[in-house]
Design a protein around this ligand. Structure first.
Ligand code: ADP
Ligand code: MG
Length: 703
């Protein structure tokens, strides 16, 4: 194989990437053996139409053709390469029988078995051939059915010693890809190293071009560990490109002008006095982080992660009061009407400054009043739903936007509420613990605070697992609990695509429990009129209803501290994170709580493992990671094991660890060289171009 045609040295004023990558940005049709007919299927297979896209098309596996035994010593079941001479051709013995080509290497005989007569012309009698394929035994006879390679002795060099097996598509054979790949490798320029040199040294990684060569065009001398090292380096390259691009986005976000909001704490102190409890240590910690962000002259973009019941609402209130102390307004957005009202009640009881409510169902006059207060600045805090986004809502000076249960909103909305003010600080709260991998990708622009403990004084929460067959026993236990003062959730799962059928299942369960327990049983589901559903939830909150049969409408945010028992039917149908979320509806008061997971009687081992994990831990972060892993591998197709779509190289075992390293490496690089103009910075610019992440770069050079 040719060495790269020239060495390209980064220079200060050299535009990034463009020139040196031109050869590999050429169309695929410029490659040997790729005509216009193959262009389309290849483009679909590779996800792009450039030479580069082929270079990044990773093999699934390799066929090692280096085993060259004598026929006498050869073992069936293995891929072998044989030097043989053709003795004779045996015509088929009957219909649907193959041609047989009898060959020998002087130590023994073997039959090459062919169903296509056309291939006979490759092996005339007397010819000396090199053949390669999987050897089989037929009785005591060695056979080689449809060999992969049949070459005249003098052309044996055309056969790869170690042959990559690439994912293919109709019309595109492995041979076609192999030939084009050889050609593509010759176009690869020598690229300067973009990975931190100590890291390269520590991992003993080859350079980018060498890594591609080891993976795509292995030679007979290569060793498997070297190839794996190259493959890992390439995975790192893609992850580093991703993390660098995200870091550039974050850097641009941080560079937006914001302002410093500070306060003297007098309203905070008053709210805490009314609240009557000390903040927990992690509430203190989160507030310190929020205060630091708000005090800085750039907009805050912070995610407050905390399990249900960990006390996010108090943190939000204290942050909003800081904004008020600084003389600005704040808005808090909830995903549902119900939650908005709940927050409104909680916050207006604690807040020493006026709080308004803005949802789809507030009366026109109340709405007018709130809008006027927001516009003239007399209303410092507003709680609402997406109604807050409407163009008719203007703020005199929105300093802080708080978004609760963010996963219900899109990124666009998150930004757009922030846009209602000038350099508005944004605090996003979520009860869904976000796995580390997603924090480093989809959520990369946010900084994270965590509430890790529950406020003191909570009673213990015990989780148990029961087959559906045990339902009568479960119902007897509920009867005992209802004889006391217990309040109980009974959650029915989504069973089908059709909400109507789900509701029917919930209604049936409701009828059963009602016939047993009477009026204390209520029903809440997503197809009820909002008004009806909210009346039911209010009855449950007030204790008029004590056994609430519900679909997952109770998942988000319903806060009834007196509820101590939760039954979840067909728990195996829920995601782990969702079960954890549901379970968080109980254990909010000081009394002991119970969560009963009912499952179908024949539970498969993986489902059992998931439920057992949930039973044994209440650590939301651990559960989220496990959930992500289980779902990720569940969705695996072929070798693409990653739970995240869109990677070409990074789907290797241990990718999560590599991403962590890449995340830090990217941060360090930008810290030293925020405009990527050093030699390594320019090299990294090329890396971004290779992985189609020039956007961040363009912004850098425009700004
Ligand atoms: P989250 O929104 O994180 O699910 P909440 O903010 O609704 O949790 O808090 C859950 C319960 O804990 C509420 O009843 C709240 O009043 C209470 N709480 C919050 N912080 C504290 C604290 N520091 N000490 C005692 N109780 C607290
Ligand atoms: Mg909440």
């Amino acid at each position: 194989m040719d060495k790269a045609s020239y060495t390209d040295r980064p220079g200060r004023c050299q535009p990034p990437a463009a020139q040196t990558l031109a050869q590999i940005r050429a169309p695929l049709t410029s490659l040997a053996g790729i005509g216009p007919r193959l262009a389309d299927p290849l483009k679909r297979l590779l996800g792009g139409a450039e030479v580069l896209d082929l270079l990044l098309h990773m093999p699934d596996s390799y066929i090692d053709r280096r085993e060259r035994p004598s026929l006498k010593a050869a073992r069936p079941g293995r891929v072998v390469t044989l030097a043989v001479q053709v003795m004779r051709h045996d015509a088929p013995q009957g219909r649907n029988q193959p041609w047989r080509v009898i060959v020998t290497d002087g130590t023994a005989f073997a039959d090459i078995v062919l169903f296509h007569q056309a291939r006979l012309s490759q092996m005339p009698v007397g010819a000396k051939l090199v053949v390669s394929g999987k050897l089989e035994a037929f009785g005591n006879k060695l056979t080689l059915p449809h060999p992969d390679y049949v070459l005249p002795e003098e052309r044996a060099g055309e056969m790869p010693a170690i042959e990559p097996v690439w994912p293919l598509t109709a019309g595109v054979t492995n041979r076609v890809i192999g030939r084009a790949m050889n050609d593509a490798m010759r176009r690869l320029p020598q690229l300067p190293e973009w990975i931190d040199p100590p890291l390269v040294a520590r991992e003993r990684w080859p350079g980018f071009a060498t890594a591609l060569r080891l993976v795509q065009c292995p030679s007979a001398e290569d060793k498997a560990p070297e190839r794996e090292s190259g493959r890992r380096r390439l995975a790192y390259d893609e992850l580093f490109a991703e993390q660098l691009s995200l870091a550039l986005g974050r850097q641009a976000m941080r560079a937006r002008p914001g302002r410093s909001l500070t306060g003297d704490g007098h309203w905070r102190a008053e709210a805490l006095r009314r609240f009557g409890f000390e903040p927990t240590p992690s509430q203190h910690q989160a507030l310190a982080e929020i205060d630091r962000d708000m005090g800085e002259r750039r907009p805050m973009l912070r995610l407050l992660q905390g399990d249900v019941g960990s006390g996010k609402t108090l943190v939000a209130l204290l942050a909003m009061l800081r904004a008020a102390e600084a003389g600005t307004q704040s808005a808090m957005m909830a995903p549902t009407e119900l939650l908005a009202q709940q927050h409104y009640r909680t916050l207006s009881a604690l807040s020493p400054v006026p709080v308004g409510l803005l949802t789809g169902s507030v009366s026109p006059s109340a709405r007018r009043e709130v809008l006027a207060g927001l516009a003239d600045g007399s209303l410092p805090i507003v709680i609402g739903t997406h109604a807050l986004f409407q163009a008719s809502v203007t703020f005199q000076d929105l300093g802080l936007a708080v978004i609760d249960e963010q996963h219900r909103f899109g990124v666009k909305q998150r930004i757009s509420l922030g846009d209602k003010g000038d350099g508005t600080d944004v605090l996003v709260m979520t009860a869904t613990p976000i796995p580390r991998t997603l924090l480093l990708t989809q959520w990369a622009e946010m900084e994270v605070s965590r509430l890790t403990e529950k406020p003191r004084g909570r009673g213990p929460l015990r989780t148990t697992i029961h087959p559906t067959a045990a339902m009568p026993e479960v119902i007897r236990a509920l009867a005992r609990a209802l004889d006391g003062t217990a309040r109980i959730y009974w959650v029915c799962p989504l069973v089908s695509e059709s909400e109507v059928l789900d509701v029917a299942a919930a209604e049936e369960r409701f009828a059963l429990l009602r016939s047993r327990f009477g009026d204390v049983v209520g029903l809440a589901h997503g197809r009820q009129e909002t008004r009806v559903r909210e009346a039911v939830l209010a009855d449950f909150a007030a204790g008029r209803i004590r056994l609430l049969v519900a679909t997952t409408v109770v998942e988000v945010g319903v806060d009834v501290p007196e509820a101590t028992v939760m039954v979840i039917e067909h728990a195996e149908r829920f995601g782990l994170a969702q079960l954890h979320q549901l379970r968080g509806r109980v254990g909010r008061g000081t009394a002991d709580s119970f969560c009963l997971l009912l499952h179908e009687d024949e539970l498969n081992p993986i489902a059992r493992e998931r439920l057992t994990l949930l039973r044994d831990t209440q650590d939301g972060f651990l559960i989220a990671d496990a959930d992500f892993r289980l779902r990720g591998s569940g969705e695996a197709t072929g070798t693409r094991q990653s739970g995240l779509p869109g990677y070409r190289l990074a789907d290797v075992p241990g990718a999560d660890d590599l991403r962590e390293i890449a995340n830090k490496d990217a941060a360090v690089l930008l810290e030293r060289d925020s405009r990527l103009v050093s030699a390594r910075g320019l090299a990294a610019g090329r890396l971004l171009a290779i992985f189609g992440k020039e956007d961040g770069l363009a912004r850098l050079h425009a700004g």
